[in-house]
Design a protein around this ligand. Structure first.
Ligand SMILES: Nc1ncnc2c1ncn2[C@@H]1O[C@H](COP(=O)(O)OP(=O)(O)O)[C@@H](O)[C@H]1O
Ligand SMILES: [Mg+2]
Length: 326
């Protein structure tokens, strides 16, 4: 059996603002397995980044706070760990790659220097060892001339190269888990494919676990093993990638799939899901998707949908299935 490396249970992260309480993440569960990739998917504002920041302990507080739930790294609940142990785990075992490499890299230091400093900090290496390590990391992420690129400043690199340099930097602590938050959003199609290749390679060669965040359902089949579709801070549906793409059960998942560009039959117009994402300050009662759902029943306005097990490893939160026995 594959080992679970990260186990999230009933995680709730709220922001207490003057306009009201934003329930950014409101009771989500998932398991990340060793050497596997879990994709978190959903429209902008559904709580993907807040989920990642909650895992890393990077929620701005105030106004934010993790108000409930458990985050287990192996068998340790990170939410109950002493602060120094937590810092060690979060700095060393779990790393994050952001969407915008430009702002995550320091403009006044060369790429090489930034990675060397990280390696020294995390692994306690000498400058000489750290330099060697930095070059091998740059090589690992597909930078063809690491010695040359190490001497460049971030602005001297193309977007794709900068993104690679950031991935190299995130690997400087040899993490067990890499969280990538929309790492391909700001790059073009060719670079996107190359970056996905790098992540796949890391998963296989380093047995690393990936939490891959994207609003682009079109790329999950390139990278993901499992997928979690989020809506309004909650889970709508969770399944294997093939299970979800071939047999979507939640009307929201189905409409996300309908919105994908179809390369076999060029559609006249790309569909979009009618309606807007719910306000997380004063969300609608019942199922959060009901105002946009063309299949909504009376109960959908009243009650939060319970989980329904579609098949082993495939769960949907939708009243359409509540009457089915299983
Ligand atoms: N610092 C903050 N203060 C108040 N609300 C926030 C803060 N950070 C995020 N939110 C809210 O939390 C919700 C989820 O945001 P986020 O996780 O960034 O969405 P996404 O899925 O696009 O990554 C949004 O409604 C956002 O406005
Ligand atoms: Mg985000």
């Amino acid at each position: 059996m594959t080992e679970t490396i990260l186990r999230i249970r009933n995680l709730r992260t709220y922001f207490f603002t003057r306009r009201g309480t934003v329930k950014a993440v409101d009771g989500i569960d998932f398991d990340l397995l060793k050497s596997k990739c879990l994709c978190l998917v959903g429209e902008s504002g559904c709580g993907k980044t807040v989920t990642a920041l909650s895992i890393l302990g990077l929620i701005d507080s105030p106004p934010g706070r993790i108000v409930g739930g458990e985050i287990y790294y192996n068998n340790l609940n990170l939410l109950e760990c002493p602060p120094d142990q937590l810092r060690r785990i979060r700095g060393k075992e779990i790393a994050m790659v952001f969407q915008d490499a430009q702002s995550a890299l320091n403009p006044v230091f060369t790429i090489g220097n930034q990675i060397v400093e990280q390696v020294k900090l995390h692994l306690g290496a000498t400058t000489r060892e750290a330099k060697e390590k930095a070059l091998s990391l740059l090589e690992e992420v597909g930078i063809p001339t690491p010695e040359k690129v190490a001497n460049y400043y971030p602005h001297q690199l193309s977007g794709g190269m900068r993104q690679r340099a950031m991935i190299a930097m995130s690997l400087s602590c040899d993490p067990q888990i890499l969280i990538a938050d929309e790492p391909t959003t700001a790059v073009d199609v060719t670079v996107k494919a190359q970056i996905l290749d790098i992540f796949n390679q890391l998963k296989n060669t380093r047995q690393m676990s990936l939490l891959f965040i994207t609003h682009d359902l079109g790329i999950v089949s390139e990278i993901g093993d499992r997928i979690l579709v989020m809506y309004g801070g909650r889970v709508a549906e969770a399944a294997t990638v093939s299970g979800l793409l071939n047999n979507p059960k939640h009307p929201y998942t189905a409409s996300l799939i309908r919105c994908l560009p179809d390369i076999t039959q060029v559609k006249d117009r790309l569909e979009t899901i009618p309606g807007t994402v719910p306000s997380l300050i004063d969300p609608p009662g019942g199922c959060l998707f009901h105002p946009r759902c063309d299949k909504a029943l009376a109960i959908c306005r009243e009650e939060t949908p319970p989980p329904f097990i579609v098949a082993e490893g495939h769960t949907v939160f939708c009243h359409l299935y509540s009457h089915l026995e299983r």
